[in-house]
Ligand binder design. Structure first.
Ligand code: GLY
Ligand code: MN
Ligand code: MN
Length: 495
């Protein structure tokens, strides 16, 4: 990659040039252009380009749904200006940036994923008028398209504002005008914080942290019940994820010859080819690493006879993620003890999944799964019963470690800003999607369990949609029962 000719370079070079600076054409310096560009080249670059404007574009698939979502938000905050930024690129070093991922709130309400975008809902009549503020196409007249680091020649073509309007079904304006408009705006305003410092700075005298948090909480809770488009995307995410798990099983011998990284890279390939990315850092935990809940270093050995705990999810192009875990015998067969522990987790997950239905308390599936795990721990003599005593004191948690699941959607831990009463103390409704993911983890240095248990970690995680009459397992394409897992692995390795 060549170095960019940024306006910053331009200023430094112009200063170094001393007297020559005076001779630079005013037009170039005023627009922050690179001073080494001749007038002839600058002029030449302004013309000879085809009209590439796209016309008669169809709206994106979720446009009708995003309109409904904005209407719900509008009804909740009448008379208030609402500002929802997409976020900005974050520098990795010098002129390279981390991959951009639009804020969930912005993408949920617009379907757009541009960096620097801002959705504004402005009070109008009894409701709101929505405008999406975006960086327009690069200007060819002032050279911005080829001389600025944000220019389209460097970063790729953007949609024109007219194109964006057609695609999103929302009027679009130039985002560079927005800070001034916000500074001048009157009346109550709220902004979703944490995504765009410049937009927040423009509003600093007008907003309070408490009121802004109410907006964030509302958007988090609004996402709990998924619409038809979202359910379709979550299914796609799960289907791609299942294919990614199959990819991994097929290359376990290569992972054994290298490391857990081979598994991470293999799953990532599927995620990037079929979706946008992975929805979170893949946990590719072989052997005792399976007992580390968020093992994402993935730099350990993969050994025959050990288990592989793979917790990974593809994020779709529209930013919905799966979150699936399978714990696989690396050599294709569970040992007797591995299977005993696996079956306990399987039974706990079954009990948890059965408890997912409309009208159930959110906590029910966790309680059901914890009870099964506790019964087994008592049965195995790892903790003294009775089961009720263990549950009351929470003693099983030394080995169960985490909650049994969470909401799933555009964020892997979706709806995380929701109030307790609307989430963990709430009630399940059709359209909610959650993970059910019990586990048992015996740390390698846990002296309270027999030696043969140490270093074994098992988690089974599926993505469960609450339906009108119960639930649907969106990740059912992947086998869960121990014998089915073994048969599936054998078939993949043969094929
Ligand atoms: N992959 C993170 C989790 O299961 O919550
Ligand atoms: Mn997971
Ligand atoms: Mn999870």
């Amino acid at each position: 990659m060549a170095e960019e000719l940024t306006p910053a370079d331009s200023d430094e070079a112009a200063a170094a040039a001393g007297a020559e600076e005076e001779e630079q054409p005013i037009k170039q310096r005023k627009n922050g252009l690179y001073p080494g560009v001749s007038d002839e080249l600058a002029e030449n670059m302004t013309s000879g380009w085809a009209d590439t404007e796209l016309r008669d574009l169809e709206p994106i698939a979720q446009a009708a749904h995003t309109a409904d979502r904005r209407a719900a938000l509008s009804a909740r905050f009448p008379g208030e200006r609402l500002v929802i930024p997409s976020g900005n690129l974050k520098t990795r070093s010098n002129d390279t940036e981390y991959a951009f991922r639009a804020s969930t709130e912005y993408a949920y309400l617009t379907g757009d994923q541009s960096e620097d975008g801002v959705l504004v809902l402005e009070p109008q009549g009894g409701g709101h008028r929505a405008t999406v503020y975006l960086l327009p196409r690069s200007d060819r007249e002032n050279g911005e398209f080829w001389l600025s680091g944000q220019g389209e020649l460097w970063v790729g073509r953007r949609h024109s504002l007219a194109e964006a309007e057609q695609l999103l079904g929302i009027p679009a304006k130039d985002v560079r005008e927005l800070p001034e408009k916000l500074r001048e705006a009157t009346g109550p305003v709220r902004v979703v914080r944490g995504h765009d410092a410049a937009i927040e700075a423009a509003l600093t005298d007008k907003v309070t942290a408490e009121r802004d948090e109410e907006l964030r909480v509302n958007l988090s809770e609004a996402r709990a019940v998924k619409d038809a488009f979202e359910i379709g995307e979550l299914q796609k995410a799960c289907d791609s994820t299942a294919r990614g798990f199959e990819d991994v099983v097929k290359v376990l011998d290569k992972a054994e010859a290298t490391s857990e990284r081979y598994i991470e890279g293999t799953f990532f390939l599927r995620a990037r080819v079929e979706g946008n990315d992975v929805g979170y850092g893949s946990i590719c935990a072989a052997g005792p690493h399976a007992t580390t809940l968020h093992w994402v270093r993935n730099d350990g050995p993969v050994r025959s006879g050990d288990l592989l705990l793979l917790d990974a999810g593809v994020e779709t192009h529209t930013l919905y993620t799966a979150d699936v875990t399978r714990t696989l015998p690396i050599n294709g067969r569970y040992s007797e003890l591995q299977r005993t522990i696996y079956d306990a987790v399987y039974d706990a997950q079954e009990a948890g999944i059965t408890a997912v239905k409309p009208g159930a308390k959110y906590r029910d599936f966790h309680d059901a799964a914890q009870r099964v795990l506790t019964e087994r721990l008592v049965e195995w003599g790892l903790v003294e019963g009775p089961v009720e005593r263990v549950l009351e004191l929470g003693l099983q948690r030394r080995w169960t470690l985490h909650g049994t699941g969470h909401m799933l959607g555009m964020d892997v831990h979706d709806c995380a800003a929701a109030r307790t009463e609307a989430y963990v103390d709430g009630t399940l409704e059709p359209g909610m999607c959650l993970t059910v993911e019990p586990g048992l983890y015996f740390q390698a240095d846990d002296l309270t369990v027999p030696e043969e248990y140490r270093g074994i970690g098992v988690r089974i995680e599926d993505d469960i949609l609450v339906t009108e009459d119960g639930n649907r397992n969106l990740s059912a394409a992947l086998p869960r029962r121990a014998d089915e897992v073994e048969a599936w692995m054998a078939a993949l390795k043969q094929g």
